[in-house]
Write a protein that binds this ligand. Sequence first.
Ligand code: DQA
Length: 147
Amino acid sequence: MKRIVVINGPNLNMLGIREPGIYGTLSLKDIEDKIRRQAEELGVSIAFYQSNHEGDIIDRIHAAMGEDDGIMLNAGAFTHYSYAIRDAINAVKVPTVEVHLSNIHAREAFRHHSVIAAETIGQIAGFGEVSYELGLLALVRHLDKQT
Ligand code: DQA
């Protein structure tokens, strides 16, 4: 069974409370519950991790090496400036999908660029919690093709 880890970065523990007009009213736990059900349907095993700390996120990405077959990552604001997270994805070579609740390309200029995107299979942004559903499906399909 394929193993996937969903990593959420800073402030995503505040989902449901933080700017609901942009990020929706579901909590991170609500989203994780949905993803857990979807993972069962897709027949993959799923783990969840959230941290507000760049180094901890990097440590979790490193831990994915040999542990997880794929990573779904919402790095929050680190998306836009963390070369260290980008390098971690490159180092472990675990296929990674980048997801965002909001359409980062339609927001403030500093959000338009992801320094992580070039190290990922692809990016899904703008569909609220559905971005995670689409991300999981895309990641599982990608892994299926590889084996
Ligand atoms: C986000 C977009 C980022 O720009 C922002 O800093 C976040 C959330 C999203 O899911 O839309 O924290 O990654």
